[in-house]
Write a protein that binds this ligand. Sequence first.
Ligand SMILES: [Zn+2]
Ligand SMILES: [Zn+2]
Length: 253
Amino acid sequence: MQGKLMAARWGRALLDRLLPNACALCGGDSSEALCAGCEAQFFGPAAAIARCVCCANPLPSGAPPGETGPAAGPLCGVCLRHPPAFERTLVAADYVLPVDQLVLQLKFGHRLALAPLCARLLRDAVLRQQGVALPALLCPVPLGPRRLAERGYNQALEIARPLARGLGIALHARLVQRVRDTAAQSSVTPAERQANIAGAFAIADAALVAGRHIGVVDDVMTSGRTLNELAATLKRHGAARVSNLVFARTPPH
Ligand SMILES: [Zn+2]
Ligand SMILES: [Zn+2]
């Protein structure tokens, strides 16, 4: 009896791994990649918090409405003192447990099927914003050639493709290129991060950028230095406005 039960459990665990109808977060039965309960709990309107429109960091709760930025919304103190090169950041969630598991599985577990889920959750979060100005063109944060060869795909591009379709925006997968391989920002000290990323990007076709609102897609935003360097590069080539569309935001410590 015991053996039979064990076999049934093992069989079930194996099926859960093989079949796509288990929720990617709780493992419960779900015909979708994410069950309705997890979606409501971690990505629904009730999970939304007040964020700086520019960098998407959480704003202190109960604070009076602060100064308004170019994207017509409240700004955090950091963005007020040192405005980044981008105007807006839109995110689906904070990069914390258990949401980070979706990104880790996508990035390091080769679960590419999670990219359309991340894209749909991000699209829903973008469209929930009142009066949001959508970019005219989307591009992914590019990986350096060495990292692309190691992983075999760019997770930002995998999210950007279904996101562009979902929002009805054109995607230019190679609009921005990495001129050189950089060390992972997480592997260098905070003091070294700016130098690590400076001059890392080049624009393939400046005519596509000049005078336009460009949307930059990434899976995770941590310090924001990479996205700031990319936005500054786009601005140097005449971009009128840059918005970041990022699946998850690492909250400040
Ligand atoms: Zn679930
Ligand atoms: Zn901010």
